[in-house]
Design a binder for this molecule. Structure first.
Ligand SMILES: [Zn+2]
Length: 247
């Protein structure tokens, strides 16, 4: 016997409207998707913060400038910790077009070197960037690629790139290991500089002797194999990537 029998009324069962259930489902799906996408970068951010606070304590995470990892064709272009890898996502919709190597030093101190032979150019308005044309991709002979280096300036845009490679330089021959400048924290917004690092990416050729927009991930290649890093850009790991084959 229950109250409804007593009153002759049926218990009121409130049903959730279908639109509410669907919306909640979609939102939960999106949240899960974002979490999976963002998780590798989130775990890597924790390692970067530990590194920046105390590089000595985590010296095993660092890769030395000019090191050759395994049989990789490129030299490692600077000293530091590989903080983020290609295709890491810092916020929903974002995908990193290169790798980010953090020195743990102040801006303008840690040298950046050419990873491979090529021809250096800088557009007239580039404060912190340079690009090096590599006519023959060592991992896919016959195709031309471009190596893009950026953040080589202080927050006000004072460049750490030597004067002999000033903006407006085109097709200057460079050899692997040549000094290109120093790591900086330029972000185009002097009030919000980035952490001191080198952003290094491999940009595809446009087929007409130029390079495609380096800010679009589909115009770039994963540099891991060129540098001999483990291909783990989608793995959430608290350990930064090291040279492939070493632990
Ligand atoms: Zn980056």
């Amino acid at each position: 016997m229950n109250a409804s029998y007593m009153t002759g009324r049926r218990p009121i069962r409130k049903k959730l409207p279908i639109w509410l259930i669907l919306t909640a489902g979609v939102l939960m799906g999106l949240a899960a998707f974002s979490f999976i996408q963002l998780r590798p970068a989130m775990t890597r951010s924790a390692a970067i913060m530990s590194w920046i606070r105390n590089p000595q304590q985590y010296s095993q995470w660092s890769i030395a400038a000019l090191e050759h990892c395994g049989n990789a064709p490129f030299l490692f272009p600077t000293d530091g910790l590989v903080g983020y890898l290609w295709d890491d996502s810092f916020h929903p919709g974002h995908r990193d077009q290169g790798i980010d190597i953090f020195s743990g030093t102040k801006p303008g101190i840690t040298p950046v070197y050419a990873a491979y032979d090529g021809y250096l150019s800088r557009e007239p308005d580039w404060k912190s960037s340079l690009i090096i044309r590599v006519p023959d991709d060592p991992l896919m002979p016959g195709r031309q690629i471009w190596l893009y280096y950026t953040h080589l300036a202080d927050p006000d845009g004072n460049s750490f790139i030597p004067i002999n490679s000033s903006p407006g330089t085109y097709e200057k021959p460079v050899k692997a290991g040549d000094l290109l400048g120093c790591q900086g924290n330029y972000s185009a917004d002097s009030a919000n500089p980035v952490g001191v690092h080198l952003h290094f990416s491999i940009v595809k050729d446009d087929g007409n002797g130029g390079y495609l927009n380096e800010l679009e991930i589909q115009n770039t290649l994963d540099p891991s194999a060129y540098l001999g890093l483990e291909l783990n850009s989608h793995v959430a790991s608290s350990q930064p990537p090291v040279c492939a084959g070493t632990e």
